[in-house]
Design a protein around this ligand. Structure first.
Ligand code: GAF
Length: 384
């Protein structure tokens, strides 16, 4: 459907058939906010995707159309800069990174759209950045290595969107693998695929539909607080470059000198890194109960120590706790809204949805959304 819409709009606007590429959104099983602390994460690419139609246009201009916003935008490739709060930043940001890396980007036209809900914590922005980077690489035959593409997309987010994000989202979008989660070490970008065989269970996302307008500011602040802990620890210890290098006992030594809340950020990250490693072992052993317990502990830390949850997310996680058919639940992504990720018995999904819908509604006066997702391959060409 979306692909046909893109093709139709492209021909209407630019009179040629575009090359079509896609880049998926992502989930994250466990390992939240650890990526920018050189820690471990466990994301996967999903079957919700961003699609980009692209063609070279022979000018030195980029002309873009967003299907979702039904809006056109153009920029001159020799002179452009961030446009506060606008979707074009993701496209201009990647273009700028490619130019800085020495790629001679010529004029191009783009029509894009997708089915990744925006603001739900499923990384629609990373998917757009990765799709655009890959699409430009394809039409101009740049053959950009995947790892570089991931890094350009991340940097685009920093410079043009102003979010000092880690690398997890772009990595998962580009290197996702069907049926697998990725355990990524964000320190050296080494990774391992783990098949996700959930048997009678499946992943269900519940979307609070909450989008916090200050989420980006709070995200950048968390990043800064983590740096504060590291700087303090460096006074006592040599060889510390990130929270990844610290253990809980190291925090005892700096406790008297640091704000309690900031110290909590450090504790959470150290514990969450540990949980990702335990979760990989649980997955290898097929111990889904253990995985679920770790997910609940992750939420607890995100809510009470890292302070990135919100009442709606806490409510959704709490609702699952008495249910023996839900193995684990936690908020997912940057936080302050978006989705919870749940591991739930397939047969019980219908009942679960009905009961959560009604309790959420009577509590918050609105309905959540539910997404049953599958794990898919990362960025590529659309086969038509
Ligand atoms: C957002 C960021 F973009 C990621 O890099 C990551 O930090 C995540 O929040 C939290 O784990 O999605």
């Amino acid at each position: 459907m979306i692909i046909e819409e893109i093709q139709k709009k492209f021909i209407e606007l630019f009179d040629v058939d575009p090359l079509l590429v896609y880049s998926p959104g992502r989930i994250n099983l466990i390992g939240e906010h650890t990526d920018y602390n050189e820690g471990f994460v466990m994301p996967a690419a999903i079957d919700k995707k961003m699609f980009v139609g692209i063609a070279a246009n022979g000018f030195s201009q980029a002309r873009i159309y967003s299907l979702d916003f039904q809006e056109e935008f153009a920029f001159d490739l020799q002179a452009f800069g961030p446009k506060k709060g606008h979707w074009s930043n993701y496209i201009m940001g990647v273009t700028s990174q490619l130019q800085q890396a020495g790629y001679q980007v010529k004029g191009f036209d783009i029509v894009f759209g997708g089915d990744i809900p925006v603001g739900a914590g499923l990384s629609s922005s990373a998917a757009l950045e990765c799709a655009v980077g890959y699409a430009i690489s394809e039409i101009f035959d740049f053959k950009i290595p995947k790892r570089s593409l991931i890094q350009y997309a991340q940097k685009a987010e920093h410079v043009f969107a102003g979010v000092q994000c880690g690398i997890m989202d772009q990595f998962a979008s580009v290197l996702g693998k069907k049926g697998h989660v990725i355990r990524l070490d964000c320190r050296d970008l080494s990774y391992e695929y783990f098949p996700l065989d959930l048997g009678d269970y499946q992943i269900l996302l519940v979307d609070t539909q909450v989008k916090h307008s200050l989420a980006n500011t709070a995200y950048n602040r968390r990043r800064h607080e983590c740096t504060e802990v590291v700087l303090m620890a460096q006074q006592n210890q040599v060889g510390v470059t990130s929270l990844r290098d610290l253990r809980l006992k190291d925090l005892d030594e700096i406790k008297p000198y640091i704000d309690k809340e900031v110290l909590g950020r450090g504790e959470y990250i150290i514990e969450e890194n540990e949980r990702v490693l335990e979760a990989s072992k649980a997955l290898k052993d097929g111990n889904l109960e253990k995985l679920g317990t770790l997910m609940y502990a992750s939420h607890e830390g995100l809510s009470n120590k890292y302070n990135v949850s919100c009442p709606e997310l806490d409510f959704l996680v709490d609702q699952t706790k008495p249910l023996d058919y839900v193995l684990g639940s936690r908020m997912m992504g940057g936080g302050f809204g978006g989705c919870t990720i749940n591991i739930i018995e397939k047969e019980k999904i219908k009942n679960f949805k009905e009961s959560i819908e009604s309790s959420f509604n009577s509590h918050f006066g609105k309905s959540p959304k539910f997404y049953e997702i599958s794990l898919e391959d990362g960025t590529g060409l659309v086969k038509t």
